[in-house]
Ligand binder design. Structure first.
Ligand SMILES: Cc1cc2nc3c(=O)[nH]c(=O)nc-3n(C[C@H](O)[C@H](O)[C@H](O)COP(=O)(O)OP(=O)(O)OC[C@H]3O[C@@H](n4cnc5c(N)ncnc54)[C@H](O)[C@@H]3O)c2cc1C
Length: 500
């Protein structure tokens, strides 16, 4: 039996690692148990490991000073994302490209552009490296080749078995991916829909690449794309029949590519291959006793439109400070419950988004009819802004019981004197941002010192706001536009930062 940890995290994927950094920042004793050896898996590097990050993910990394280390050169963007020269891509819906030039900043008054605005690319190897380094620097312990195989909950915590070793902790968080063992051991149901397709990424050399047309090609069986850097992407609408525990051989890949492309293209060499489906499932609950779930262990769906990692990083930054507050003894009752209440609806919407895309891409008369209709919408300014808002994550807002559009949403990255707001959130504490420089407000929030920083400042543009209470995850919990209402401010302080 090993010494007691505050939190054990199963899985050193990006979500487990980011959560570990959040808990480490709060001074907790954290152990990450990872099934595989330290990151050597080549599919996590480019090009197969490339992942798109949306604004909430960029903001999360930026607010912890991790943005520079986590991103890769955007020049590595896959060629297929750019439909033609001069087109600025804002992303895609069901492979229908969205023109970034349609983006209308005036529609997003609380979203001033800053270093974490829009989208950017990372790859899993780079992201995991940056997060591992930060976690270790914060004193997190990481054990590789340590697969979580069993757990027992008792009054004070969880006993976790990995191989012949047993570890004790107050809480266990399953960040162990879509096939999560932790989720199954905790008896949490995974509910949703079965797949309509299997998608493949093939890193290969073609003997006769000219047989495949450039760009995305829809065919009666699905679609394919030559994506640059030797990457060929193929999607077959086979109801997910491919057995994904099988390895993808050159013979299989060639037959697949010929079947879907309708050509007799030849694969000379297959270097790497990976498959996925559009199976869409959501954990029935995110917490069972002292076991919590985050990332793919709580939600899976097709990678179409790149949302899984983004949703998981959002889980981690939402959960970290709440769990730390519970362990550090100052959380209000209900604070930890707000994790599931806020994050499960986000995942549910992402699943719906993924299902809608699968329906639009289906190689059927219905799919083609839907595709034509969506194309018209996307090519209008209203439509483009709707899709950009969803894809970039600009519309994400938690329902906190205040109808102001900024309450529950991400705090604007104000340009303050000498720094931007995001740079003032590195400590992982909350922030009371006071544009009125009111000494009363400063004195008023003093009892929450240690959980909350106070900053009296000026901004280039205060957006008409007098004061804001910002949670450690960057979400606005309360604000004042006119006179500061100290009663409302106190209620928000107690709700999110516990009794004074
Ligand atoms: C082709 C493709 C493209 C994608 N593109 C994007 C994109 O552009 N944007 C985006 O947001 N998302 C994208 N995604 C989704 C994204 O990659 C995943 O959602 C994300 O990696 C999930 O992170 P995670 O940490 O939750 O899980 P994982 O990355 O699966 O990590 C889980 C970790 O747990 C470990 N583990 C498993 N079982 C155990 C156990 N019992 N004990 C201990 N450790 C265990 C595993 O070894 C692994 O290291 C894409 C996915 C695919 C397949």
């Amino acid at each position: 039996m090993h010494s007691q940890f505050d939190v054990i995290i199963a899985g050193a994927g990006p979500v487990g690692l980011f959560l570990a950094t959040e808990l480490g920042l709060a001074g907790l004793a954290v152990l990450v148990l990872e099934r595989d050896p330290a990151d050597t898996n080549p599919i996590k590097a480019q090009p197969l490991g490339l992942r798109g990050l949306n604004t909430p993910s960029l903001e999360a990394l930026y607010r912890r000073g991790l943005l520079g280390a986590a991103l890769v050169d955007s020049g590595a963007a896959l060629a297929h994302v750019k439909p033609n020269e001069g087109f600025r891509s804002a992303g895609h819906f069901a492979r229908l490209p969205i023109n970034a030039d349609w983006f209308a900043p005036s529609r997003w008054p609380y979203r001033p552009a800053g270093p974490a605005f829009g989208t950017a690319l990372t790859d899993l190897a780079t992201l995991n490296r940056a997060l591992t380094e930060r976690a270790l620097a914060l004193g997190v312990s990481i054990r590789y080749c340590a697969e979580v195989q069993g757990l027992t909950q008792h009054d004070g915590g969880v006993r976790v078995q990995a191989g012949s070793e047993v570890f004790e902790s107050q809480w266990l968080v399953g960040c162990d991916g879509g096939r999560s063992h932790v989720r199954k051991l905790a008896g949490i149901a995974f509910e949703g829909t079965e797949p309509s397709f299997t998608g493949y990424q093939l890193l290969c050399e073609l003997a006769d690449p000219e047989q495949l047309k450039p760009g995305f090609q829809t065919t009666p069986a699905g679609f394919y794309a030559k994506a640059g850097q030797g990457l060929v992407m193929v999607t077959e609408f086979d109801q997910g029949r491919f057995d994904r525990s099988r390895s993808i051989t050159l013979d299989y890949a060639q037959a697949l590519l010929r079947r879907v492309s309708g050509t007799d293209v030849t694969i000379k060499a297959l270097h790497q291959a990976h498959s996925h489906t559009d199976r869409a499932k959501l954990a029935s609950r995110y917490c069972q006793g002292r076991v919590l779930l985050a990332g793919d262990s709580a939600h899976i769906h097709s990678p179409m439109g790149g949302q899984g990692l983004n949703t998981g990083l959002g889980d981690a930054i939402n959960l970290g400070w709440k769990l730390a507050a519970c362990i550090n003894g100052w959380a209000n009752p209900g604070l930890l419950d707000s994790y599931e209440a806020e994050r499960r609806p986000v995942a549910s919407q992402v699943l719906a988004w993924s299902r809608a895309q699968a329906a639009v891409m289906a190689p059927s008369p219905q799919g083609r009819a839907l595709g034509a209709l969506f194309k018209d919408l996307i090519e209008s300014q209203d439509g483009a802004n709707y899709f950009i808002g969803r894809i970039w994550g600009l519309t994400q807002r938690y329902e906190l019981g205040d109808s102001h559009p900024l309450v529950g949403a991400s705090a604007p990255d104000f340009q303050l004197s000498g720094s931007r707001l995001g740079q003032r959130l590195h400590s992982g504490q909350g922030l009371l941002l006071d544009f009125t420089h009111d000494p009363a407000l400063c004195v008023f929030c003093r009892p929450w010192q240690g959980r909350l920083d106070y900053l009296a400042g000026t901004a280039e543009d205060t957006l008409g706001l007098k004061a804001l209470l910002i949670r450690p995850d960057g979400v606005v919990a309360w604000l004042a536009e006119g006179e500061v209402d100290l009663t409302a401010a106190e209620a928000a302080l107690v709700r999110w930062f516990g009794p004074a």
